[in-house]
Design a protein around this ligand. Structure first.
Ligand SMILES: Cc1cc2nc3c(=O)[nH]c(=O)nc-3n(C[C@H](O)[C@H](O)[C@H](O)COP(=O)(O)OP(=O)(O)OC[C@H]3O[C@@H](n4cnc5c(N)ncnc54)[C@H](O)[C@@H]3O)c2cc1C
Ligand code: FES
Length: 254
């Protein structure tokens, strides 16, 4: 992990409050899917964490939604401006060459790390089914979705794809089409909990990217902790340092 300045190449509006930021720069360590960067957005003292949505040839992609004041300022940044990044941070998704039939389950901006993961898994010739849930059809940015992947869309209001929540759709899909070798997921906590329930029921390997609020982002303040099972019951683990990716089995879901 290191601090570097990256140059904005594109910062484009996609849909609703969703933006794609393309940054030029590099870290000494090549990022892997599931890792994140901590971005300094002036005038805020605390950096803001964002999953790496893609990395290739010194270009790093971030997919972000305007959620508050810092992301609002980020959306106004222009080409050629510099941004201070710390990264690549966190552990990333584990990949096993035996896992060929893969389900990706994304809700909202939780899709960001899975876009990067899908590109990596495609190179390994995995058979990928991508479950993508959004509030309405207006929230889906179709133009950033990777090719060569089987999509199962859903929306809360049924305006595109199935009507319902990603977890329920995925459960039904498993009943009709069988189990995958692994599930990777990113999205709201409730959705990740549902993925954990499904993986337990079918005895599947499943990994989730948690998005706890962060302060230092480098493992010092313990402001981002989550409860992880251990032999004595549970212990706190830092999402920024020990995660953000966890096996669903080890998380103490609350
Ligand atoms: C590991 C990690 C990866 C992330 N990846 C992405 C990503 O790829 N794209 C993206 O759009 N966002 C991502 N986030 C969330 C992003 O960091 C927050 O949306 C951002 O920090 C909000 O800053 P703000 O100042 O605009 O909003 P604030 O003013 O700080 O907050 C506005 C609202 O957003 C909520 N909020 C703030 N931070 C979080 C958070 N971490 N989780 C849930 N709700 C939050 C607050 O409770 C508040 O309601 C990620 C978070 C983590 C921890
Ligand atoms: S944010 Fe400080 S330890 Fe994770």
């Amino acid at each position: 992990m290191e601090a570097k300045r990256f140059k904005i190449r594109r910062n484009i509006w996609l849909t609703e409050k969703l933006y794609l930021l393309e940054l030029e720069g590099s870290f000494n360590q090549t990022p892997i899917p599931g890792q994140f960067v901590h971005i300094k957005i002036e005038p805020f003292f605390l950096r803001r964490p964002f999953s790496i949505a893609g990395y290739k040839d010194n270009y790093l992609k971030i997919l972000y939604r305007i959620a508050g004041r810092a992301t609002d300022i980020l959306a106004q940044k222009k080409e050629d401006e510099l941004l201070g990044l710390i990264g690549p941070s966190g552990n990333g998704f584990p990949v096993n060459k035996k896992w060929e039939n893969v389900y990706l389950a994304a809700g909202g901006t939780g899709i960001a790390p899975l876009l990067f993961l899908a590109e990596t898994l495609k190179k390994k010739n995995c058979n990928i089914t991508f479950f993508y849930g959004a509030r309405t059809s207006d929230c889906i940015a179709f133009n950033i979705l990777p090719y060569g992947v089987n999509y199962v869309f859903s929306t809360d209001d049924g305006s595109y794809g199935y009507k319902g929540l990603v977890g329920d759709i995925l459960k039904r899909y498993i009943m009709e089409n069988g189990v995958p070798d692994v599930i990777y997921s990113g999205g709201p906590y409730e959705m990740l909990r549902k993925i954990a329930e499904i993986s337990k029921k079918y005895n599947l390997s499943a990994f989730v990217s948690l998005e706890n609020r962060m302060a230092c982002g480098v493992g010092i303040c313990y402001g981002c902790v989550t409860k992880i099972k251990c032999k004595d019951g549970w212990e706190y683990k830092r999402v920024c340092k020990d995660g953000p990716v966890f096996n669903t089995e080890e998380v103490l879901w609350e």
